[in-house]
Write a protein that binds this ligand. Structure first.
Ligand code: NAD
Length: 412
């Protein structure tokens, strides 16, 4: 099963639980608009190469489309459409005034020089300019794109419109309108989700232990913020392997070690374990923050955690969901638990629109409030419909979309 098939299953379960008409289902199952563009780039060797890019706007029912742009050789129109659908659901669950979008260019960026990458980025913006803008569709970073790429995109779009356009894109450097608190935001959301789940189970953070899979942006911040909350982080991992310490890690020190060595493996005082062992440790919280398809029908039965807070997109397969639900594991799904990143992107956009910037404390406080409220709504939907939290998160998203479609007269 790939992540595209995976996305359909909880969506269909939510559609059934809500007894939605086929017509409503069809509106939500199809993107409003998908643009394919050809981008010619003058390469450093004197040749001209034409790249293919896409921008899909799945929904603008609740607000402008919102979602990242990825540069990868495996990008396809189907992938971009599915990821745009996911963004619609993620923004709707978080209660943000956004629809969902996604973009991508079929390219291996490691094969481009910096100049070629900038030319490709500017060419992409030139081609998608008619459908983007701060009130239409707001791109952001995704796989292999970063604050530098966002800076080029903002510059190109500002040239095209003849005005300073920070609000058309998020994930920017602070100096050109980025938000404080964005780097840690996704990890912070994973931790907020886990803390709410602990509360639901009546477990104090100081009594809880955690295992975090992945130590990149999401995983390292999840681990560090767990430490700040007094949760004992006993296991960490990355692509090279996993480490364990029953007494808990100082995750800030582990981060310093990773900055120096490039991996968590070999951290002083740790015992080496496998990534598979990390997933089945008897911890209170497991936070998969690496990549998709990690907890599957093959290993779900071995999971001993009481709570899973999903930092990665799609780390648990639908078969695993059923096994975990039967075991009583509380899974806080990706579209809720990792929505912290897009939530702070929303704050960046708001700050850009009124040209006034908040302190990091403001950002954190507002993020925590939005995420706690989203968590409560999903729990309420799970109870009302008798479904697990992933399906409940889709129900919350679909309910918002349907209410807005009715008010706007798209459906009666
Ligand atoms: P990243 O590239 O910074 O980090 C990924 C980490 O996972 C690295 O430490 C890598 O070594 C590790 N890893 C890769 N394969 C692994 C494996 N098989 N076992 C254990 N560790 C492995 O990426 P990121 O930005 O932290 O994103 C991680 C996940 O979170 C992705 O699924 C991404 O789509 C999702 N996500 C990220 C954000 C964000 O704001 N960065 C927002 C929402 C969702």
């Amino acid at each position: 099963m790939n992540i595209f098939e995976m996305a359909q299953i909880p969506f269909n379960q939510a559609v059934e639980a809500m007894k939605l008409d086929q017509g409503v289902r069809d509106i939500i199952a199809n993107p409003e608009r998908t643009l394919e563009v050809s981008i010619p780039v003058n390469m450093d060797d004197g040749s001209v190469k034409v790249f293919t890019g896409y921008r899909s706007q799945h929904s603008t029912i609740l607000g402008p489309a919102k979602g990242g742009v990825r540069y990868h050789q495996n990008v396809s129109m189907d992938e971009v459409k599915t990821l745009a659908f996911w963004m619609t659901c993620k923004c709707a669950v978080a209660g943000l005034p956004y629809g969902g979008g996604k973009g991508g260019i079929i390219v291996d960026p490691s094969k481009l020089s910096l100049r070629e990458k900038e030319a490709l980025t500017r060419g992409f913006i030139d081609k998608i300019a008619p459908i983007i803008g701060e009130k239409k569709d707001i791109p952001a970073p995704d796989m292999n794109t970063n604050a530098q790429v966002m800076g080029w995109m903002m510059d190109e779009y500002s040239k095209l419109t003849g005005q300073f356009e920070p609000g058309f894109i998020t994930g920017k450097a602070i100096i050109v309108g980025g938000s404080l608190g964005r780097t840690a935001a996704t990890g912070r959301g994973v931790v907020v989700a886990a803390l709410e789940a602990l509360k639901l189970k009546g477990i104090a953070p100081a009594e809880a232990t955690a295992a975090v899979q992945g130590f990149g942006n999401v995983g390292s911040w999840t681990a560090k913020l767990f430490c700040d909350e007094g949760v004992k982080v006993v296991a960490l991992s990355d692509i090279n392997g996993a480490i364990y310490n029953a007494d808990g890690f100082d995750c800030y020190k582990v981060d310093e070690y990773v900055q120096k060595t490039g991996s968590v493996v070999g951290y002083p005082g740790s015992k080496e374990i496998s990534n598979a062992e990390l997933l089945s440790l008897p911890v209170t919280v497991l936070a998969p923050c690496a990549m998709e398809l990690q907890i599957t029908a093959e290993n779900a039965d071995k999971v001993q955690a009481q709570i899973i807070s999903e930092g990665a997109n799609g780390p648990t397969t639908p078969e695993a969901d059923e096994i975990l639900a039967k075991k009583g594991v509380l899974v806080v799904p990706d579209i809720l638990a990792n929505g912290g990143g897009v939530t702070v992107s929303y704050f960046e956009w708001v700050q850009n629109l009124y040209r006034y910037f908040w302190t990091e404390e403001d950002v954190i406080e507002r993020q925590n409030a939005l995420m706690r409220s989203a968590f409560k709504e999903v729990v309420a939907a799970a109870e009302k419909y008798g479904v697990h939290m992933r399906v409940a998160a889709y129900i919350v998203a679909l309910s918002r979309l349907i209410e807005a479609m009715k008010i706007r007269g798209i459906i009666h």
